[in-house]
Design a binder for this molecule. Structure first.
Ligand SMILES: [Fe+2]
Length: 604
């Protein structure tokens, strides 16, 4: 039987719904629904993302040969049911509402999908891949490796929370799994929640807070919360957690262990929270290192592929890289559940008899898999908005942008296809000069409307990365953290503590250097993003510095911009100095008064 030529992958109904299209085993398009609906982490059926994928591929729903859904709703339902029964009567409080949701759209997903996409052919199969099978497929098939070990770590899918697998050509063999409730993702989320950050999106903040603290609670965590084995497997002591009951993550016993109740989101961050963050980060790194070593021993592979939400912990990824457990590592950029849509589609292609499509290249294409807009489309938006703009040819645009960046201007940069996954990688980005000691504050206050305790991320040409950072691998998806090179570091004045430490100059690249001298690096290749690559080259030619600041093009609480109109509206609602939209330059002070004088509102 011929493999299904066009497979549409879908993830939905939990967090960050997405769609991805695979044609003949090649990833053609992928996007998260939040970018279209403008609802951050939108979990609803990703109908607009589906429509984009089909449009991009020149297909109609009736052209699809298979639909791949990223987990098995039946198994997940059994897990929920068993969990609630196991903790009864505590669990019964939320049970009726959960039950009604599951008995509705989730459990009868085939019917739901056909209702959402009535044009699907009756003989188009709707297939379900296991949650971690989707993560594993998303990690292995697009990787540059024809053979590799695969490690997936997340909160929970159906039952599995961590899996070890081996990928070879067109097949993936699942070898081992850890099961719910023993979950590194849920453990990290419990601490995320305890420290006052939002579960499923605030984990990054907890990781960013960790360098401020001391690992004072590491022993408390190991002695009380979990029993960690040498192979990285562990048991959580559920006497400290509340997530089985489905109401909160932690309970008073947990709070006593860490010296107080959970921090409310707007409460100040104290040294205790920093110490807790540092401690759980250290524990997470230890677990991930043990898992990586066990994966190596079990598979004997030289290469490691990572996915699952915990693979977004770029500090831990950097540790695995530096320990040299594997020769090479590749991390799926959409490591969370959005990437499950892509993995499901790839799994269905390969399991349906599709051949491995391996070229020794990263098949994610820089993760630039979303919509792009032509100059004509962009100009139509600018006219509609009555914006004042000018158009520049490529080299002039680059030179002009370099001039802006050099003079500490904050520049919105909207080019080419939108990124798939949580990070902006230079298509929907805001750029700045990392040498400026003020840039961190300027960008936060002008655009993000917050004081952040995290530095911004640097972008650097791949071949120049080692000049600035202790990194000898590619990091195209900003998923590896490495130290700033020692010769670039500066010693700050003593006596400054807490969040003020970030304001101190710690290197010649202060805007991207964390308080522990680390940076989360994106390396840029000329192949995946030629314009950004050339911009970095022009900036270096003009300044001697081959690094720029890259932060996502959005304001706090909103998804990254998708369309030129989203970008223009975001520009208007912030105090960004310039917007480069395709070939067009839009200067704030040249705009109609209502725009140029606008005082940005507080977001969130
Ligand atoms: Fe997941």
């Amino acid at each position: 039987m011929a493999p299904p030529r066009h497979v549409l992958g879908i993830s939905a109904y939990y967090h960050d719904a997405a769609a991805a299209l695979v044609r003949d085993g090649v990833v053609v398009a992928a996007a998260q629904e939040e970018r279209f609906t403008r609802k951050k982490n939108d979990p609803d059926f990703p109908i607009q993302a589906v429509q984009f994928c089909l449009r991009h591929a020149g297909l109609k729903p009736e052209d699809l040969d298979a639909i791949a859904f990223y987990d098995k709703p039946g198994l997940k339902f059994v897990r929920l049911l068993e969990t609630y029964l196991a903790v009864a009567p505590g669990g019964w409080r939320t049970f009726p509402s959960v039950l009604s949701t599951w008995l509705g759209e989730k459990l009868d997903l085939r019917k739901t999908i056909r209702e959402e996409m009535p044009e699907l052919r009756a003989d188009c199969p709707i297939l379900f891949t296991a949650h971690h099978q989707s993560h594993a497929a998303s990690a292995f098939y697009p990787s540059p490796f024809s053979e590799a070990a695969i490690l997936t770590i997340d909160g929970v899918g159906e039952w599995a929370t961590t899996t070890i697998a081996r990928g070879s050509g067109a097949s993936i063999e699942m070898l081992k799994e850890l099961r719910f409730p023993h979950s590194l993702g849920l453990l990290y989320s419990a601490f995320t929640d305890y420290c006052g950050f939002r579960i499923n999106s605030g984990e990054y903040k907890l990781m960013g807070l960790a360098p401020y603290g001391e690992p004072k609670y590491v022993n408390a965590i190991f002695d009380n919360l979990l029993d960690l084995k040498a192979d990285g497997s562990f048991w959580l002591d559920m006497d400290y957690f509340n997530f089985l009951q489905g109401t909160t993550m932690t309970n008073p016993r947990f709070h006593d262990l860490f010296g107080g109740p959970p921090r409310l989101p707007e409460e100040p961050i104290t040294p205790r929270h920093m110490d807790v963050a540092r401690s759980i980060q250290a524990v997470t790194e230890e677990i991930m290192l043990r898992l990586a070593r066990h994966t190596k021993a079990l598979t004997g592979q030289k290469n490691l592929c990572l996915a699952g939400g915990v693979a977004l912990n770029c500090v831990a990824n950097g540790r695995i890289l530096r320990e040299k457990i594997f020769d090479r590592m590749w991390i799926q950029p959409a490591a969370g559940d959005a990437g499950g849509a892509l993995g499901a589609a790839l799994a269905v292609w390969h399991e349906g008899g599709g051949a491995a499509v391996k070229t020794n290249l990263d098949a994610m294409q820089g993760s630039l898999l979303g919509p792009a807009y032509s100059d004509d489309e962009i100009e139509a938006v600018l006219k509609e908005r009555q914006a004042v703009y000018k158009k520049l040819p490529r080299q002039e645009l680059l030179d002009f942008t370099v001039g802006l960046l050099k003079s500490e201007k904050v520049v919105g940069w909207f080019q080419g296809r939108m990124e798939f996954g949580p990070r902006a990688l230079g298509s929907r980005s805001i750029l700045g000069d990392p040498r400026s000691p003020r840039m961190q504050s300027i960008m936060n206050l002008k655009v993000k409307f917050r004081e952040s305790f995290r530095p911004f991320a640097p972008i650097v040409r791949q071949e120049r990365a080692a000049d600035y950072f202790e990194l000898d691998a590619e990091s195209p998806y900003m998923l590896l953290v490495a130290p700033v090179q020692a010769h670039l570091r500066k010693t700050p004045a003593e006596g400054v503590t807490g969040l003020d430490m970030l304001k101190q100059v710690r290197s010649t690249l202060p805007a991207v250097t964390h308080v522990d001298y680390s940076a989360r690096i994106q390396t840029v290749s000329g192949q995946d993003n030629p314009l950004l690559y050339d911009l970095l080259g022009c900036f270096e030619a003009a300044t001697g510095c081959g690094v720029l600041v890259n932060t996502s093009f959005n304001v706090r609480g909103e998804p990254i911009v998708c369309t030129p109109d989203d970008a223009y509206r975001c520009f208007v609602n912030t105090e960004m100095d310039y917007l480069i939209l395709g070939s067009y330059v839009i200067e704030r002070t040249a705009q109609p008064k209502a725009v140029s004088r606008r005082v940005a509102p507080q977001a969130d």
